[in-house]
Write a protein that binds this ligand. Structure first.
Ligand code: BGC
Length: 745
């Protein structure tokens, strides 16, 4: 039976039961009509499938699964093909474990370095988040299982996360916090979207009709199922009406009873309930098409996790000490407990029970040439210093301890533990060749200690195979190719959201507007430790021959800008470069970021090899969101196009002229005289109405430049109250009547 046929046979009570789960991880079954329960499980960087008798809050042990690099690491890979392969592997594991939908990816924007869940998110940039999020969805769904994009929307902190209202203006939502979701919905068609816990501009995301229906379904065309975050529903009836299909975990006996009562009382249109139930039934229908897998190849998935970790590490600094070239007789000192007890994922709902874990120290020992001694010292500072004094090179494993960052709370600072910083200073006194290997999910401050390091390799929380990947990178078996997906500020206080994070009294004001991450640092010319997009390689790349070709027109809705350049590997090793394209609109009439990432690609090049890279932009890539006009707007004029290796390492720049229809203000009594005069046709009408000799000095304010300067920004309706300026109520209402509505778009 189809979903529609089943729907027709359900009682009201049965319908109400279907729009709630039946437990922590299952939708409700309807055995008499052959509807199975559908199992969902957390991701996003590996499966957290709980055993059937799972603990009540669902955080406890789960079945073994491959722990891939977390999103903060995968985000730094800038490699959608890689992320898609990871998605496929997780999809296979889901099929092997009976999971229908994987609860990921998380694509919220990293607004502040302090967000406790930043390790689960890709980037401070919406394009990078959207492209990588879509890749994960495509990988999962390519295996026939569903993905659930989360947390929709503006869930950018953990503080007070179930109640706080993210107070964000619409332009900022449209340009920063929504585009990643829009991209994933449009490009990858996820089966599910999970609403956020928080409120958005006062309304709970679970009950926010503007988000869940107007934007998500009507404007973006989402046709899947909207599920609540676990426990995010406060009023089931309001949530249903707003477009939330499935409540998880189910508030059994309460939510279903409320829905039945609301329909009976005529307070909830039964068609809204039917809509939600149909989507749940459609999900169950999809579930029946999944081909179960006979287990999965844990060794192959571990190898993929290792390759992914290697692709994701960012070489922040290197004075030439890396790659290490140890020879027989050398002593390599390895310092820091993380070398022996690695930290490779974050805590909370995304925590995976790994199939195995690579130990960095063991991996290094196995990878160095015969005769090289790899000696270890943990936190025992004196022992470590004594070892460092004897060693040729020191590899110091540093990072955040598990208690420092997690789902559920935000960080209070972005410093490494003080004992690590102190030990590093002591090590540097006895050995100048110190390589710092970092393991942390969210950004840490480097400016207080980085002068002690000859090289810094940021590995993020890079999954169960991170240890092997670190050995590969340090010894040059792999060439670093990760790039920062977020800016590393000199001080926390420099970060654009600093003064408005995490809010108070139930509200967090997104006061920095669209100036999030590099958009904010660049706008005020603030120095940073390492900029968005930065990352070194063991080889070098040259950029040449930037060309731009414009075809089509904004007015015909077919504008296309093709940007081409050549990238050459000028070093002696094979390597990968992330070519980044930024666009700026320096003459914009609204405040816009100086540059915004609009395209990127990762190219693999052998020594001496060159590749031609082509990017395709459209009108949206040049646009800003106008809240007044309710749409994306391209202002005609000159745009800056820059291609480079980071947001502050722009190698090639050019400009391109684009013409677009002039933007006209809405001409009503509240439009200012200047706005009326800016519109050629309306200006003629105003001049005629105010009068004056043709060709001579106009009457009233129009003939008095001094008055124009002072009162030109008065609305026409207000000018009518001043005698002698040439306007009265009749003149204004005639003008308004003639132009009303016409100039609003
Ligand atoms: C998290 C979600 C997760 C869900 C189920 C919530 O606390 O915010 O990301 O998918 O729990 O574990």
């Amino acid at each position: 039976m189809s979903a529609v046929e089943i729907l027709g046979r359900l009682t009201l009570e049965e319908k109400a039961s279907l729009c709630l789960g039946s437990g922590m991880w299952h939708t409700a079954p309807m055995p008499r009509l052959g509807v199975p329960a559908v199992m969902v499980a957390d991701g996003p960087h590996g499966l957290r499938r709980q055993p059937d008798a799972g603990d009540p809050v669902g955080i406890g042990g789960s079945l073994p699964a491959t722990c891939f690099p977390t999103a903060s690491a995968l985000g730094s890979s800038w490699d959608p093909d890689l992320v898609e392969r990871v998605g496929r592997a997780i999809g296979v594991e889901a099929r092997a474990q009976g999971v229908v939908v994987v609860l990921g990816p998380g694509i919220n924007i990293k607004r502040s370095p302090l967000c406790g869940r930043n390790f689960e998110y890709y980037s401070e940039d919406p394009l990078l988040s959207g492209v990588l999020g879509a890749a994960l969805v495509q990988g999962l769904q390519g295996e026939g299982v569903g993905a659930c994009v989360k947390h929709f929307a503006a869930n950018n902190q953990e503080t007070d996360r179930l109640r706080v209202s993210a107070d964000v203006d619409e332009r900022t939502l449209r340009e920063i916090y929504l585009p990643a979701f829009e991209h994933v919905v449009a490009r990858a068609r996820p089966w599910m979207v999970m609403c956020a816990y928080n409120r958005v501009n006062g309304v709970h995301a679970s009950q926010n009709a503007w988000l869940l229906t107007d934007v998500l379904r009507q404007q973006w065309g989402f046709d899947g199922l909207v599920v609540s975050d676990w426990g995010a529903v406060h009023d089931r009836v309001a949530a249903l009406a707003a477009g939330l299909d499935l409540e998880m975990p189910p508030n059994l006996g309460v939510s279903d009873a409320a829905v039945v009562a609301a329909v009976r009382a005529g307070e909830l249109d039964e068609r809204l309930l039917d809509r939600a139930v149909r989507r749940v039934l459609e999900l169950a229908e999809k579930a029946t098409n999944i081909a179960p897998a006979e287990g999965f190849d844990a060794a192959a998935h571990h190898e993929l996790a290792r390759a992914a970790a290697a692709e994701s590490a960012v070489l922040l600094k290197n004075d030439g000490v890396l790659p290490l070239r140890p020879a027989a007789g050398d002593l390599l000192a390895v310092v820091g407990e993380f070398a022996r007890t690695p930290r490779f994922q974050g805590a909370g709902s995304s925590q995976v029970n790994p199939t195995r874990v690579d130990i960095p120290l063991d991996e290094l020992r196995a990878a160095v040439p015969p005769g090289v001694e790899v000696a270890f010292a943990a936190d025992l500072a004196d022992e470590a210093v004594a070892l460092a004094r004897r060693a040729g090179t020191v590899v110091f494993f540093a990072g955040l301890r598990p208690a420092a960052e997690s789902e559920g709370f935000d960080r209070e600072h972005m410093d490494l533990p003080a004992d690590q910083v102190a030990l590093l200073a002591r090590l540097a006194e006895v050995n100048p060749r110190i390589v710092v290997v970092l393991a942390n999910g969210s950004a840490v401050r480097l400016s207080t200690w980085e002068h002690h390091a000859a090289a810094i390799l940021e590995c993020w929380l890079s999954g169960q195979a991170a240890g092997g990947a670190v050995a590969d990178l340090l010894l040059g078996a792999a060439n670093p190719s990760g790039r920062l997906a977020e800016t590393l500020p000199i001080r926390l206080e420099d970060s654009p959201a600093y003064l408005n994070f995490p809010g108070e009294a139930g509200h967090v004001r997104y006061g920095e507007g669209v100036f999030v991450g590099y958009r904010g640092y660049d706008a005020v010319g603030r120095e940073v430790s390492y900029p968005f997009g930065h990352g070194l390689s063991y080889t070098t790349f040259a950029y040449d021959d930037l060309r731009v070709a414009v075809t089509g027109r904004v007015v015909d809705e077919n504008l296309a800008v093709a940007v081409t350049c050549t990238v050459t590997n000028t070093g002696e090793r094979a390597g990968k470069e992330v070519v980044q394209l930024y666009v700026g609109d320096p003459d914009a009439r609204v405040a816009r970021p100086i540059r915004e990432l609009r395209a990127f690609t990762k190219v693999a090049l052998e020594p001496g090899q060159a590749a031609t890279v082509t990017f395709h932009l459209d009108a949206r890539d040049l646009s800003y969101w106008s809240t007044a006009h309710g749409r994306w707007i391209v202002e005609g004029g000159t745009f800056e196009i820059a291609v480079g290796a980071s947001s502050r390492d722009l190698r090639l720049t050019t400009t391109v002229d684009v013409s677009a229809p002039p933007l006209r203000a809405r001409l009503d009594a509240m439009a200012t005289l200047e706005e009326w005069l800016a519109d050629p046709e309306a200006a003629d009408a105003v001049r005629q109405a105010v009068g004056g000799e043709p060709g001579g000095v106009p009457h009233g304010i129009l003939g008095d430049p001094e008055l124009m300067r002072v009162l030109g920004n008065f609305p026409l309706g207000s000018l009518a109250t001043f005698p002698g300026l040439g306007f009265d109520r009749t003149v204004v209402s005639q003008l308004v009547e003639r132009f009303a509505g016409e100039r609003s778009r």
